[in-house]
Write a new protein. Structure first.
Ligand code: C2E
Ligand code: CA
Ligand code: CA
Ligand code: CA
Length: 275
């Protein structure tokens, strides 16, 4: 039993060693990624059902790694968060998204994802205000997407920061709603403009009638609270028709449009989609 225990211990150590080494390599490569201009923002359109036009875009970061090709944010954002590199990366994202909005996406709103680590930084609210001023883009065209796990840490501070940003005109969206620590209390206490229903609910829709009920309820709740309801992960016409009938305001997903580099993100002008 003793030697077994030791064998297990060794294997665990080796496994850990690989993971740690992988992480360290990514972390090292991340150091030069900004100065070497390896990051790029892709933009995914959001369809406004009332007007039938694309009124906003979500900025989604990509890392064009010199050896590995495109690395998804799901892989490198957690590394950047634990190393603190998410702070300069987050600034780059804000700055770049606002400049792209000004140069290439006239009149459209732009949504930017905010990491909890970035939000925790004392300079965050000032940084947002500075980026807006530098870009010359009206604050109301910027929406920040935050997740619930950002609210549970220090919700008095979160409330004061979100409230002060809202006063400057910035919009606030609650991302990935329905997964994580969803609490109805958050919806009444925090000044959200938008609720984004997590893609997992849309994906399950065909197979689970409970998710129908959940989507209907979230839509009604959001309406009562005067919030815009966005469904994520709309992948086909059946999804679109169901979500439209449920009363969602805006749709996002591969069926509406995949995330694309700015050069191929063409702003569509209303009203060009017949619904
Ligand atoms: P998210 O904010 O929930 O973004 C939506 C993700 O779903 C994106 O993945 C998008 O490409 C994907 N998606 C959109 N429509 C569909 C669909 O119809 N079907 C499916 N299967 N997927 C769809 P992506 O771009 O890989 O980003 C993953 C996550 O990484 C994001 O999830 C967000 O949490 C994070 N992220 C992305 N860009 C940034 C950033 O600039 N800063 C921070 N802090 N996080 C970011
Ligand atoms: Ca998002
Ligand atoms: Ca999301
Ligand atoms: Ca997510």
């Amino acid at each position: 039993a003793k030697s077994n225990g030791r064998a297990t211990y060794c294997m665990f150590q080796e496994g850990m060693g690989d993971a740690v080494r992988q992480r360290r390599l990514l972390e090292e490569d991340l150091h030069d990624a900004i100065s070497e201009q390896q990051f790029e923002l892709y933009y995914q359109p959001r369809l406004d059902l009332a007007s039938g036009s694309i009124t906003s875009y979500e900025a989604l970061i990509r890392w064009n790694h010199p050896e590995r090709g495109i690395i998804s944010p799901a892989e490198f954002i957690p590394v950047a968060e634990s190393s603190g590199q998410i702070i300069p990366i987050g600034k780059w994202v804000l700055h770049t998204a606002l400049n792209d909005a000004r140069e290439h996406l006239p009149d459209a709103r732009i949504s930017v994802n905010v990491s909890p680590v970035q939000f925790r930084d004392n300079d965050f609210a000032d940084e947002v205000r500075r980026s807006i001023e530098d870009s010359g883009v009206p604050a109301k065209r910027l929406e920040l997407e935050i997740t619930e796990n950002l609210l549970i840490e220090d919700d008095a501070r979160a409330l004061s920061i979100l409230t002060s940003l809202k006063q400057t005109g910035v919009k606030i969206a609650l991302d990935d709603f329905g997964v994580g620590y969803s609490s109805l209390g958050y919806l009444s206490r925090f000044p959200f403009d938008t609720i984004k229903i997590d893609r997992s609910f849309i994906k399950d829709r065909g197979y689970n009638t409970n998710t129908h009920a959940i989507i209907d309820t979230v839509v009604r709740l959001g309406k009562a609270l005067n919030m815009t309801i966005v469904a994520e992960g709309v992948e086909d016409m059946a999804n679109l028709l169901f979500l439209k009938a449920s009363g969602c305001d805006e749709l996002q997903g591969y069926f509406i449009g995949k995330p694309k580099p700015i050069a191929t993100t063409v702003r569509r002008v209303a009203p060009d989609i017949a619904l």
